[in-house]
Design a protein around this ligand. Structure first.
Ligand code: ZN
Length: 131
């Protein structure tokens, strides 16, 4: 069952507050759907705790505004950042690494949030820990 909503990956409080448009094109929507189906929903099912997306799709403007890198996978709807309530980033990452969930990049970002991306048929299964 999929209980993820596309809005979880598109809505941005920062974009809203700053009047920045954040509307994905059809290709980004397709990528977001793959990210949900193959990555985020399996993680949510596995962890079974409240999982909060802090950043999903980013328009070019929004990405610049939040200081994202120019070729960020968030621009294409291929990446999401999230936190799990009452669970350390380290533990979340450990669970994902011990599962068979597909991903391109899994990043423990400063022990504060998880970045995960999915590229259909091009997943590198690369894990990084930014400190
Ligand atoms: Zn990210």
């Amino acid at each position: 069952m999929i209980n993820f909503k596309m809005s979880e990956l598109i809505y941005s409080e920062i974009a809203n507050k700053n009047n920045i448009s954040n509307v994905p094109d059809i290709n980004s929507l397709d990528n977001l759907l793959n990210l949900i189906v193959y990555c985020l929903q399996p993680i949510r099912n596995l962890i079974n705790k409240p999982m909060i997306i802090t950043s999903g799709f980013r328009s070019k403007k929004l990405n610049q505004f939040v200081g994202g890198i120019y070729n960020s996978q968030h621009l294409l709807g291929c990446a999401a950042d999230f936190k799990v309530l009452n669970m350390s980033t380290k533990d979340v990452v450990k669970i994902i690494l011990n599962s068979n969930i597909e991903f391109d990049q899994l990043i423990n970002e400063y022990d504060s949030w998880v970045h995960i991306s999915f590229l259909k048929n091009k997943n590198r299964k690369q894990f990084l820990h930014k400190k």
